[in-house]
Design a protein around this ligand. Sequence first.
Ligand code: BG6
Length: 490
Amino acid sequence: MAEFIPVGTFDIVIFGATGDLSERKLLPALFHRWLDGQIPGGSRIIGSARSEMTTAKFRAFAKAACKAGASSNWDAPAWEEFATLLDYVAMDATKPDAPWDELRGKLSGEKGWPCVFYLATAPRLYVAICEALGAANLSTQDARVVLEKPIGTNLASAKAINDGVGAIFAEDAVYRIDHYLGKETVQNLMVLRFGNALFEPVWSRAEVDHVQITVSEALGVEDRADYYDGSGALRDMVQNHILQLLCLTAMEPPGSMDASDVRTEKIKVLRALRRFTPSDAKDKTVRAQYTAGVVGGDAVPGYLEELSSDDPSRTETFVAIHAEIDNWRWAGVPFYLRTGKRMSERRSEIIIQFKPTPHSIFGETSSAANRLVIRLQPDEAVRLFVQIKEPGPGGLRIKSLPLDLSYAVNFTTRYPDAYERLLMDVVRGNLSLFMRRDEVEAAWEWVDGLLDAWGEADGAIETYPAGSNGPAAADFLLRKDDRAWWETSK
Ligand code: BG6
């Protein structure tokens, strides 16, 4: 049975409350925490957006959102109680002359109660909203501001956002969300590495041949084509989620789980990532766009057909990268990173491929090496492939089989959505799972280098049919190193 540690009474204001993130993630996450008895009754949840809307209408919007996100039977009485926490203020939060007094009047104003301002808006509005919060005297000691990704579109714009927000809020009041860090299995990565003495001695260039990180999605760009076409897979997925997974996989053991210890170790990894020259960018990365194909039995259009514009876009919906970390632990160990939309299936996985035994006494049959497969989603699991003797007569046959730690078999509790944990962490003031300013900037620095190298190299954009595992060039990226992507998903 899961235990929930209640948080103190708090206020949260969601700017962009009628948007997609609020509807799909934030409101359902808060309702789930309420259902589990984690949110105290006196807390207030205030939606704010430009649309004129009564509080009753906002509650109806939130109800529909929470019903759609409900993981079990709809609990009508619990909803009625939760709905009393909800309120709404229509305003353009970038304007100092917006009805800030009305918003303030809806906050408890209690000293010591956390007041969370969640900016679920376009990132270009972050600074203006923070400045308006400052002008309205709402950037108090108890205030915290939550910023969604992407923080900028390159290093310069990320710095401008960080500077603008930092002029109003101290760094320890700024919570930069990367929702991958709130996923159960991503946190388990730290437990696996640092809660077991077994792995640390083999977690380095001495025993690891290479690492693969795959985040494949079956979905396309859906209704986000405008945003996505200005972004692409590198900015949308690698700059944040995949680099965070790489950091947790490659970092040194932190001294403690304190935010500062964990974040300090992660940034060392980002700083040790090798920069790309134009010729490296050609040899060690692959960019591609999906063409029409079949995903899950349904015919789907290609990326270019989904865009409303007639200009042929060069935005990548798939990227594969052979990354290298220049430090003592990882020198010479390739980290193959791959992410794409409209691939054959939704699958996020980290593979630690160990080296083969130094000498085989069993001959050819024992050539497979140990492999640790960390399945982040779906079908969450950790599988350690070991060689065992296949029973029976007829010679010595060796098989590679997994020691299987499947979540579904071992746990029956519901896994909270990443946003549920992250929202409660903001209220608690726990910054461990949020990105520090220098982390975001170091990640952009590396990504900017690759974007520049791509620009100079002017390489081709490959294509791959929707429903496949990416372009042939991505397979070749590993084949030329005598390796292959791990595709056996179950
Ligand atoms: C978001 C990206 O940050 O993460 C989306 O902007 C992507 O493009 C999503 O689809 C993936 O998240 P998850 O939790 O579904 O793996």
